[in-house]
Design a protein around this ligand. Structure first.
Ligand code: GAF
Length: 393
């Protein structure tokens, strides 16, 4: 059975209940939400200026709250699976000094967004967060928190409303306050996601093309391996640095500019690992463009084949998969009616994404459950709307 997850209105009710408990019975002024994402294909290509094909999820982070008169900020999270304090209090500096990261670590996303908000200074506020995006599950819980908070601040003090700049500000928050040198994909799709559509994002120009994905005969299954290997923190920046080195050895600004022929010609100037990383990126960028085209044509088998190639490349060339993700992909591919399956997101744990015929959903879930050595969680999802303000009753 696929997991059910709370609806947006249930999350708002939870957050309002906690708001009333913590701040007295006064109702919050505003409520917003921003989605997590699943990436269908185009992995580790965003920070190489390449293409990605994610979609926004119905799993979201909700923020409810109100402006206060002073510089005080209080934020409370409803989330129970954190060992850290669920409440943070701080004062917004008035002398231009930066809001430094600290503990609890979840509050760093909030602080980072305040620092990079495009209409400073931010007024004092109190807020409650509730989320259905699994934490650390590779579905961009952090980007959804950043984007939800940015959207919340927009309700208190509007900025110029430019959506791309909003995504870039949230990406900067992740760089400076969470210490993760991520690409733009997660924040971008959390801001600009559209119901019924995946987004082909050109991470060089930041232009997008919508790819309709609302065929009733088709489903997208996300399987959470429920493992997270500790390598993630150190390996991601290493991959990014190595790609930059490869591009500079090839005399290019980024690997987006490089071809397989460039790579062949520079073979004796590149060590084996750098060569494999670069090959993944160059081929994955091309694969993503091809896959978006296949999806537009409804050529699901072709799309599925590209998903599997992507997974194998992430496993063998980029080396960001792990035994659990490989097991989940192999199990899914054994089921009739499955078009393709692959790891999604940064890797070293987290989730897989599987494209399948709607009629194959029950047997696919059962088969994966039987074959996987761990305890998976399943989400059957559809492409959903990006960040938005919500009306409060
Ligand atoms: C993480 C990052 F945040 C993204 O920017 C992207 O690089 C992804 O890993 C890999 O494709 O989610």
């Amino acid at each position: 059975m696929a997991s059910s997850f709370p609806s947006v209105s249930e999350l708002v009710s939870d957050a309002r209940r906690v708001y009333a408990q913590v701040f007295g019975d006064e109702a919050p002024q505003t409520a917003v939400c921003a989605p997590g994402r699943v990436n269908l294909i185009g992995e580790h290509t965003d920070y190489n200026q390449g293409f990605v094909l994610p979609m926004a999820l119905p799993l979201v982070t909700v923020v409810v709250g109100s402006q206060t008169s002073g510089q005080d900020v209080t934020v409370v999270t409803v989330n129970e699976d954190t060992d850290e304090p669920r409440r943070v209090d701080f004062i917004l500096p008035t002398d231009g000094s930066p809001l430094a990261p600290g503990l609890p670590s979840w509050a760093n996303y909030v602080k980072g967004v305040i620092e990079h908000y495009r209409a400073p200074p931010v007024p004092g506020f109190r807020a409650v967060i509730a989320s259905s995006v699994p934490l650390g599950g590779g579905l961009s819980s952090s980007a959804s928190l950043e984007v939800a908070f940015y959207t919340f601040l927009q309700q208190l003090k509007p900025d110029d409303g430019d959506k791309v700049s909003k995504a870039v500000a949230c990406q900067k928050a992740e760089h400076t306050h969470a210490g993760v040198p991520c690409g733009i994909m997660d924040q971008f799709v959390s801001v600009l996601g559209r119901e019924g559509q995946a987004l082909l994002i050109d991470c060089r120009s930041l232009e997008t093309t919508s790819v309709p994905l609302a065929d009733p005969g088709l489903l997208i299954l996300i399987t959470n391996s429920n493992v997270k290997h500790s390598l993630t923190g150190s390996e991601y920046p290493m991959r990014r640095r190595r790609c930059q080195q490869a591009a500079s050895i090839l005399g290019k600004d980024s690997l987006r500019e490089a071809t397989m022929q460039d790579l062949e010609e520079a073979r004796d100037r590149l060590d084996d690992v750098t060569c494999r990383r670069a090959r993944h990126v160059i081929e994955e960028i091309e694969r993503t463009v091809h896959a978006a085209d296949a999806l537009k044509r409804g050529a699901y088998k072709e799309f599925g084949k590209l998903m599997v190639e992507s997974h194998n490349s992430l496993r063998d060339l980029y080396e960001v998969s792990c035994r659990e993700l490989d097991e989940l992909v192999s199990a899914a591919l054994e089921v009739e009616g499955v078009f393709g399956s692959r790891m999604t997101g940064g890797g070293f744990g987290g989730c897989t994404v599987t494209l399948l015929q709607a009629s194959a959903i029950d047997r696919t879930i059962l088969h994966i459950q039987e074959r996987y050595s761990g305890t998976p969680t399943f989400y059957v999802t559809t492409p959903s709307e990006g960040a938005r303000a919500l009306s409060l009753p």
